[in-house]
Ligand binder design. Structure first.
Ligand code: B3K
Ligand code: ZN
Length: 876
């Protein structure tokens, strides 16, 4: 693979006007005929050839204006079609025939078959695996698609847009024609054909358009799509309310597919989903699965405006659609569920996925400048940090200013392929704000540090707060200029009231937010009425590392008092993270009680406070994970020490809070009727969190085993199984529970994924041998991405003790799996390989072992561009 550079962007030589595709599906092969109408761009040299993208294609026929092209007029290789002597001006047609084998397509990019169903995945560069094309997002045209297939094998024939025609053909075959009137790039093309079951419904838009909604599933599973349908209708109504965006076609279809590389895909009018994000019922799915389905359904639906109506000029602008759409789905979930708890979830995700990326060898700016393989840039930085940048714009401009900017963006760029610059200009034009210092967030990689210093002068009752920002030059080397960042803060009095004071001089506070744009700024408050508690970075108003030396007593007070509920969690969570990181560096013998009595008490009393939201209390009980603590340590990390420290901390909390936990567990009977709403989910999360601690206090798996046996829904069943696996990995009860779980759920692939995943993540160095035997389990396969992720991804990403075994066996095992997987599906192998990214922060023995494994992998002859790119960058 060649490096593609943002600075090399140029328009195509020819202008596509429209395309008519005919797709003929047969057992073992597919024929595609693409009839393109196009013309030479006026300023293109009259002798410039037409050069189209391909990937593993076989050309069958080629005609210009209906006449077969002489062989000296074109060159066709599997990855390129060059046509010479095209008309210098005026429209002409080019009819290209290709043949492909969907059954052999194990990369799951382009047209492939999953469980007998023909389906497509084209983003980013899959369309070129179907036919030769300008496979780039700035080529926008209307599509007409005719699909032909055997009626028995594929009674359902779907594509983008509105249905136009159907009919019978000879030999038991039939066809359907779909018309998409909206201009779209090739990455949004989709086609599905198969024997599927339909759940249908309808939605009337505020403008009065009646939309038929359909969710297609495997036979017998449409009842599991009811919640997804409900989430879809709520998403459609929300986008009208919050952003004034209506749906624009007569149909909106979703298809659930079992072999899928990612979560889902927003193809115009025909979203294709990993069935994990569609199919649910209380017996097989957890509350987290319900929340995940809701989010992904919303996310893909919201792309109809942010991604489809306005798309990206090139793949460097990926965050234009992804960061913005993640922001929109986060806001949707905040409105539909509970804002503070949703924000805590997003910040946890950001810190556990994006911060390590931004602070390690795979660092890149939210808008990258170059790539070797675009699939490797669908990252937490583009998605989650990208969403944080949009959130910062909303915080800086306020609700009205943000909405005005969004309205202008929709208005000005509808139907276009846009850039980040164009997006930012809309907010500047709509509000008269200069965002040039803000734009740096898109270009400079790395997590800035925000340092906060406070001083109180008793004699004058004056309070001074200094904010400083700094950015270290990291692997991406993209600059360290001060950026415009919103810092939300408040001065809190001893009774938990926000002091109504504004700075007398220095920096300003606008609606509780400092618009920090210099390296250092100071706020001076006069007559504050006694020393306040400083609550800073409320709602995590900027994605930064906070350095604020605040006494433990002040932090514990704020964890109880802060009027900003998010910060009650953040301040306690940061205190825990710092404490656990510091304790992990000490010898194990000095480390049996890493937490102070005050911290333990703060956790237990919040958990037991019935005045607080149960979901929030469950968040208080969830300590920072092993990877998070390791990241905070930053160098010379010993994963065993981190594990032991966390265990010791949990035991302290368990022993102190056992009475509270017993009450919480007793308050949530195992046979309560299941409702997936956020409030009920919160109650279950709290009870299950308490159950984990209670078992630790008991020093016995008994209660978890009982809860497992009596659980009436998957949330409680999985929670109990996870407690058994994580806290009592070697107990007989744990083994029995895994066996019972398998017996009960073996027919359901999505639940089997959980069975593999929990076993792979259970701690203990000997886990590797266990996981290795699971490779030969009859239900294990590398060909299904969900299954590969459930065993290998969960071992490498969620089992630090076993993956980072000091003898290097965990690394070697994962590397062997990556090599096997790479020959089947490079996107998945490359994604799983990112588990190695923190190798330089490990203590010397592990660091060396990891490096040796990576170097061996890098030297393998057959590596895909995808995996090679990740391994090379990880080693650089
Ligand atoms: N846009 C797709 C992701 C495509 C990934 C291609 N490697 C799903 C989403 O973000 O909505
Ligand atoms: Zn997306």
């Amino acid at each position: 693979g060649q490096t593609v550079k943002l600075s090399d962007y140029r328009e195509t030589d020819f202008v596509f006007e429209s395309v008519a595709l005919t797709i003929r599906l047969f057992e073992g092969r597919a024929e595609i005929v693409s009839e393109l109408t196009l013309h030479r761009r006026p300023n293109t040299a009259p002798d410039a050839p037409l050069v189209l993208d391909g990937d593993e294609l076989r050309l069958i026929s080629i005609e210009m204006n209906g006449e077969t092209l002489a062989s000296d007029r074109f060159d066709a290789t599997p990855d390129q079609l060059t046509v010479r002597d095209c008309p210098a001006s005026g429209s002409f047609t080019l009819t290209i025939g290709t043949e492909i084998v969907p059954e052999d397509n194990t990369k799951l990019m382009g047209l492939y078959r999953s469980n007998g169903v023909w389906c497509t995945q084209c983003e980013a560069e899959g369309f070129r695996r179907i036919t030769y094309f300008y496979d780039r997002p700035d080529v926008l045209i209307p599509y007409r698609v005719r699909i032909e297939a055997d009626r028995q094998a594929a009674p359902v024939l779907l594509s983008n847009g509105n249905p136009a025609d159907t009919g019978e053909l000879e030999g038991g075959r039939h066809y359907a024609v779909w018309n998409d009137p909206f201009n779209k790039p090739a990455y949004l093309f989709a086609m599905v054909a198969g024997d599927l079951e339909l759940l249908s419904d309808s939605f009337t838009t505020s403008g009065g358009r009646n939309v038929s909604l359909g969710i297609y599933t495997e036979k017998g599973r449409s009842s599991q799509a009811v919640y997804a349908m409900d989430a879809l209708k709520r998403s459609m109504a929300w986008d009208e309310r919050r952003f004034g965006r209506e749906y624009d076609l007569d149909v909106f279809n979703i298809v659930a597919i079992s072999d899928f590389n990612m979560g889902a895909m927003e193809n115009k009018g025909l979203n294709v989903f990993n069935h994990k994000y569609v199919l649910l019922d209380p017996d097989t799915a957890t509350d987290q699965d319900y929340a995940g389905v809701e989010t992904v359904i919303a996310h893909e639906y919201f792309h109809n405006w942010t991604g489809n109506r306005i798309t990206c000029r090139d793949w460097f602008q990926l965050c234009l659609k992804e960061g913005l759409t993640v922001y929109r789905d986060q806001e949707f979930s905040a409105d539909e569920r509970e804002r503070t708890v949703q924000r805590i979830g997003s910040v946890r995700r950001l810190k556990s996925l994006q911060f390590p990326e931004d602070q390690g060898p795979l660092q890149h700016p939210v808008r990258p400048k170059e790539y070797r393989e675009i699939n490797n840039f669908y990252t937490a930085t583009v998605y989650d940090k990208g969403a944080e940048l949009v959130r910062m714009i909303a915080t800086l401009l306020g609700e009205e200013g943000f909405r005005a900017g969004m309205d202008l963006y929709f208005d000005r760029h509808d139907g276009e392929a846009a850039t980040i610059e164009a997006f930012l200009t809309c907010f500047e034009d709509a509000t008269g704000t200069d965002l040039s210092r803000f734009a740096l967030w898109y270009h400079q990689a790395g997590t800035p540090t925000l340092t906060v210093e406070e001083r109180y002068e008793e004699a004058s009752d004056r309070y001074t707060v200094t904010l400083s920002q700094s950015l270290e030059q990291g692997a991406a080397g993209t600059g360290t200029e001060p950026m415009l960042m919103p810092v939300r803060l408040g001065l809190v009095g001893p009774n938990g009231e926000d002091r109504d004071v504004s700075p007398s001089h220095g920096a300003e506070l606008l609606d509780g937010v400092v618009h920090l744009s210099e390296a250092n700024e100071t706020l001076v408050f006069e007559n504050v009425g006694g020393k306040p508690y400083l609550s800073v970075l409320r709602d995590f108003s900027a994605p930064v590392t906070l350095k604020h030396e605040q006494s433990e007593a002040d932090r514990i007070a704020l964890a109880r008092l802060d009027p900003n509920p998010f910060n009650r969690w953040r301040i306690l969570n940061d205190l825990l993270g710092e404490t656990l990181a510091a304790a992990s560096a000490k010898p194990a013998s000095e480390n049996t009680t890493p937490l102070s009595a005050g911290v333990v008490d703060a956790i237990v009393s919040s958990a037991g406070d019935d005045a607080l939201d149960p979901a929030f209390r469950a968040q208080i009980l969830a300590l920072p994970g092993e990877a998070e603590v390791a990241r905070l340590i930053g160098r010379n990390v010993d994963p065993d020490a981190v594990f032991e420290t966390l265990n010791a901390a949990r035991q302290q909390i368990a022993d102190t809070g056992s009475e509270v936990f017993a009450r919480l567990v007793a308050g949530a009977p195992a046979d309560e009727a299941f409702s997936p709403d956020a409030e009920s989910a919160g109650r279950r999360a709290l009870a299950n969190g308490a159950l984990g601690y209670l078992c630790l206090a008991d020093r016995s798996p008994q209660r978890a085993a009982e809860r497992f046996a009596r659980a009436s829904n998957m949330t409680d069943r999985q929670a109990a199984l996870t407690i058994l696996a994580f806290r009592f990995p070697d107990a007989k009860e744990t083994e029995d529970a895994f066996a019972a779980f398998y017996d009960r759920h073996q027919r359901d692939d999505l639940v089997l994924d959980k069975w593999f995943a929990i076993q792979a993540a259970a701690p203990g160095a000997s886990r590797l041998e266990k996981v290795n035997t699971l490779l030969s389990h009859p239900r294990f396969t590398l060909r299904n991405p969900n299954r590969a992720r459930s065993l290998i991804g969960s071992f490498a990403g969620l089992n630090p003790v076993a993956f980072h075994r000091a003898d290097g066996a965990g690394y070697a095992w994962v590397a062997d799996r990556l090599a096997e997987l790479d020959a089947i599906n490079p996107q998945i192998s490359a994604r799983l390989a990112t588990a190695f990214r923190a190798w330089r922060t490990l203590e010397p023995t592990r660091c060396e072992a990891a490096e040796m494994t990576l170097r061996k992998l890098a030297a393998m002859p057959q590596l895909s561009t995808d995996l090679k790119d990740i391994v090379d960058r990880t080693l650089a």
